[in-house]
Every structure is written in C-alpha cells, then in structure tokens.
Ligand binder design. Structure first.
Ligand code: SIN
Ligand code: MN
Length: 266
C-alpha cells in the first residue's frame, strides 16, 4: 500500500490521516486473541490500574523475544499498510519502532489520557528531532462514549510546548498545560474524534496534540500504537534512560513483509 502525494501533503498539513477498515475482521480477531493471552502475563511490560488490576497498557509486542512478544503484532507492524505509510509520512525508508503498546481502556474504569504531545517523552529519551510518527489500529470499536482519541488538527505546527508532569492516572506522563490548551483550541480547527470500527487506523505526528476521555461504556476499548523513528534520529545517551520496552535500543531498519503475515501466525 502507498499513500498518494495528496495524502502525504494532508498529513504534513494536518498532522494525521485516518484509514477506515485498514485491517480485516479476521486479522483483528487474531490480534485480539494475542491481547487476551498477553494480558495474563505478569511483567513490568504490562501496566495495570484500578481495584481489579485491569490492564491499562502492554508494551513491546513487536519484537521476537521477551515476555510480551507476539508474532501477530510483529507481522502487523511490518505490513506495507503500517510500515510503508510510516516511511512515507517520515519521508525516510530507514525507520524503526521506538515503542509499541496496546492500550486496553477497561469498561467503566479505563481512565483518560490528558492532552499531550508524544514527543515530550521521546525528547527526554534523547531523541533530537520531532521526526517520529505513530500508527494506531483499533482492535475494538472506538467511540466518543468509550474514550476514543481526539486530535487537534495542525497543532503539530506549534512545535514542542512547555509541558507539566501529570500523575493523575496509572500511567504518568508529560502533558500539555491547561492554559496552553485553551489558547490552542481557540487557534486551531476544532478537535476531531478518531472514531471507527475494529480495523480502522490512524497515523499521527509526534507533536500533534491529542487526548482521550474515560471509558464510560460497558465494553473495553483496545487499540495498538506503533511509534516509529528514523534510524538516523535514534536517541543519544541520557542519564537514567527508561527501560528498552519504552525506549527501544533496536535501531535496525524494519523491512516490509507480506500483507498476510498476521493470518499466517495462526
Ligand atoms: C496515547 O496518547 O498514548 C494513548 C491515547 C489513547 O489510548 O487514547
Ligand atoms: Mn500519546
């Protein structure tokens, strides 16, 4: 799969693109059964929240080794539907995955993600340039009711803003300051809900402001995120680096493999 020049121009301008039904229901079923399997693993790569210890995030499903390794997710991120699109958005064929995660926003309890730019954390990981992008694929329906993502179109153009540390949820992160968000919302087009059925995907720039709400529905919201960096933009050394499941040290360029990779893992 290839993006048209118009789609690449739209990504450059708005900071994101949406692809309805990029993955088939058969492929999504395989990925979902992997999420079920890995959610039972006890590992620092599986982050839990709430009284029931519901899984909030699982990391590093794309590598061939480790507690959370999954051949189906490894295949998914190497399809042209993910990897070629990321290469085109980054204007570079030599890219690798800085991290991969599945967010399992549990029914009723799954918490919000405050407005933020991903590049805050990645810059602190030692990455110099905001030449990074994330492809997310919905593994369940994502709706406004169950806490789908929102993006603020074209907000990647503001560059990196001054963040605040947000520790209000089980996964603490650098988030945008409320007064900045109020200002940006008066300036950029209205936030867009990235909603759709299972298999729908979206790719977004690492400085695009995005957020999502609490899951108020009786169903979990599951979504995978593959975050790509240019090999030449790999992190410099930092003091106290984060573990390699969030700050990958595998900087080898990824190669595109077959489109049927997910289904051949069963
Ligand atoms: C993220 O921004 O990393 C996650 C957002 C979400 O899962 O809704
Ligand atoms: Mn994010």
């Amino acid at each position: 799969m290839e993006l048209t020049p118009d789609q690449v121009a739209q990504y450059d301008e708005q900071g994101y693109l949406v692809f309805p039904d990029l993955f088939s229901s058969e492929e999504v079923d395989v990925l979902r059964s992997e999420v079920d399997r890995i959610s039972k693993v006890n590992s620092p790569m599986v982050v839990r929240e709430g009284k029931d210890s519901a899984v909030k995030i699982m990391f590093r499903l794309h590598e061939p080794d480790g507690d959370t390794s999954s051949p189906a997710f490894a295949a998914a991120c190497r399809t042209s539907r993910v990897l070629r699109l990321a290469q085109q958005c980054l204007h570079d064929d030599e890219i690798y995955i800085h991290h991969c995660k599945v967010n399992m926003k549990a029914a009723i309890e799954g918490s919000a993600w405050p407005w933020h730019q991903d590049f805050h954390s990645w810059h602190l990981d030692g990455i110099t340039k905001p030449n990074m992008t994330t492809m997310t694929v919905m593994l369940t329906e994502a709706s406004e009711f169950n806490g789908c993502m929102y993006v603020l179109p074209s907000s990647h153009k503001v560059g990196r803003t001054d963040p605040r540390w947000d520790d209000s949820t089980a996964y603490k992160l650098w988030a945008a300051r409320p007064h900045d968000m109020k200002r940006f919302m008066g300036h950029f087009p209205k936030p867009v809900a990235i909603a759709g059925g299972p298999g729908t995907a979206a790719i977004f720039h690492c400085n695009l402001l995005h957020a999502s709400g609490h899951n108020l529905s009786p169903e979990d919201r599951w979504q995978v995120f593959f975050s790509f960096n240019q090999c030449k933009n790999r992190p410099t050394e930092v003091e106290n680096p984060r573990p390699d499941y969030v700050r990958s040290l595998n900087w080898s360029p990824l190669e595109i493999q077959g489109e049927d990779g997910i289904l051949t893992t069963i």
